[in-house]
Design a protein around this ligand. Structure first.
Ligand code: TYD
Ligand code: MG
Length: 458
């Protein structure tokens, strides 16, 4: 009898196939079938030996918290929840050229100078290139242990011998393990290397920072497979052409995920931005009518964007409704509610709506910001420049609470805004932390309209 063939398992739905195919019949996903050793083919004769078992403890026990490692960059410390945690792994993702290597070299320079043994392993740049960058950043005299290597075996051996406390791997996509047949950068390699390094960090109490490049569609290449392994995932984002960068925590086992760090890329590396509102309002210019700042959520992450509206007399018979970055059906609804409940007429007028910065918003909480921008344009009155707007509008004209109000307010406060035009929070008596913003509580859409009219009168 011949040996049974290996099986092919879909990595998306888990269904088992007898032979490889480009597409899984069961779930329709492409390129998800992976060969696995059939149980019958597994090496025989190694029957599991009886182990000593696991030891159970209770939740109330005392475990000593190791002190966090200060990285010398306040914004970076904040996003990690107060510094690096020994025995943990961290992933920093971002587009190529956004400044990940620069940020981490600056952090490494600081920790090494403080006497914490720090290793910087570059798989992308030669040591000469990293040295040149270090010189430019004024870190040439910092005792960082630098190496250029892409093979996992020598890296782990080197770490075992050298025993650094902070290890920076730039980047995880360049690493490869000779235990695997797959090419560097493939999901299998990225996963295997990240797993080995994470295990090393836990075992030795070191802190491993992995750099990961993000693909065009915003995924870390070799993507989610690494995210669940590490203790924290940070994203470094921003416009590569511009000089500002935002670092966001996407996941953090040791701290909050709604903190952001703001940086400016300059001649001598990244510097922290002390007053982010200045940078944000800089692009916005003078308070103009028809603009409202929406405090939104992108997935779980709060993001502020400017919503611009223009209401103008229609040049031709049928008025135009043009929308960029938002749902046109939703705009029609907000216009209808404004007409029916507030008596603001859009008949015979063109309406243009634009979300600045090319973002696409699909959150109902943007309703109130859209309504505020429209009203501001209709009454030709700028909204206060220091306020953000959010809230969902129902057909009756009521304004409903948005999810995660605190996260939005926190982000707005972080970016320098002073107040929020938003639905009243469920329990207004609840004592709020004073880093949140005062609310201009709006219960119905007519209330918003009278507010905007009041701004016109000063
Ligand atoms: P880098 O850290 O290499 O990006 P990543 O590792 O995310 O790919 O940053 C590269 C960019 O930063 C590059 O375009 C040059 C710019 N830069 C400065 O403007 N000033 C500096 O001091 C440094 C070191 C880089
Ligand atoms: Mg780099």
């Amino acid at each position: 009898m011949g040996k049974p063939a290996n099986i092919f398992v879909c990595q998306s739905c888990g269904s088992v196939h007898g032979k490889w195919a480009g597409r899984c019949d069961a779930c329709g996903e492409w390129n998800t079938l992976v060969e696995e050793i059939a149980a019958q083919n597994a090496p025989k004769g190694n029957k599991r030996k009886k182990s000593r078992g696991i030891e159970f403890v209770d939740l109330g026990g005392i475990s000593e918290d190791l002190p966090r490692i200060d990285m010398g960059i306040a914004e970076l410390n904040r996003v990690t929840g107060g510094g690096l945690v020994p025995g943990s792994a961290l992933l920093i993702g971002g587009d190529p050229g956004i400044g990940k290597s620069t940020l981490l070299l600056q952090a490494a320079g600081f920790t090494a100078k403080k006497g914490i043994k720090t290793a910087y392993i570059s798989g992308e740049e030669a040591t000469a290139q990293v040295r040149r960058r270090a010189k430019r950043l004024g870190l040439a005299d910092s005792p960082v242990h630098l190496a250029a290597e892409t093979s996992l075996g020598p890296i782990l051996d080197g770490l075992m011998e050298n025993k650094p406390d902070v290890i920076i791997i730039d980047s995880i996509q360049t690493l490869w393990s000779d235990q695997l047949g797959a090419a560097p950068g493939t999901v299998a390699q990225v996963r295997a290397c990240a797993q080995e390094l994470t295990r090393y960090a836990k075992k030795r109490g070191a802190c491993v920072i992995l750099v990961g490049h993000v693909t065009k569609d915003g995924q870390i290449a070799g993507p989610r497979v690494v995210e669940h392994m590490v203790d924290a995932v940070l994203y470094f984002e921003g416009d590569r052409a511009g000089q500002f960068r935002i670092l966001r925590a996407h996941k953090n086992r040791f701290g909050p995920t709604d903190e952001i760090g703001v940086f400016e890329m300059g001649e001598s590396g990244l510097s922290e931005v002390e007053n982010p509102s200045a940078m944000f309002l800089d692009g916005r210019g003078e308070a103009a009518s028809g603009a409202a700042v929406f405090a939104g959520l992108e997935g779980t992450r709060p993001v502020l964007t400017e919503i611009q509206a223009l209401v103008a007399p229609a040049a031709f018979g049928t008025p135009r409704r043009a929308v960029v970055g938002w749902d046109s059906g939703r705009l029609a609804m907000v216009l209808a509610v404004l007409e029916a409940r507030c008596g603001v007429s859009f008949g015979g007028k063109d309406v243009y709506l634009n979300v600045a910065g090319g973002l696409k918003i699909n959150e109902p909480a943007a309703d109130l910001a859209v309504a505020a921008a429209l009203a501001s344009s209709v009454f030709d009155t700028p909204l206060p420049a220091d306020s953000v707007v959010f809230g969902e509008i129902s057909l009756s004209g009521d304004v409903r609470a948005a999810s995660r109000t605190d996260a939005r307010l926190k982000e707005a406060a972080k970016l320098g805004f002073k107040r929020a035009i938003a639905p009243a929070q469920k329990s207004e008596t609840q004592k709020k932390p004073n880093n949140l913003l005062p609310l201009i509580a709006i219960k119905t859409l007519p209330e918003l309209i009278s507010r905007v009219e009041a701004f016109a009168e000063g």
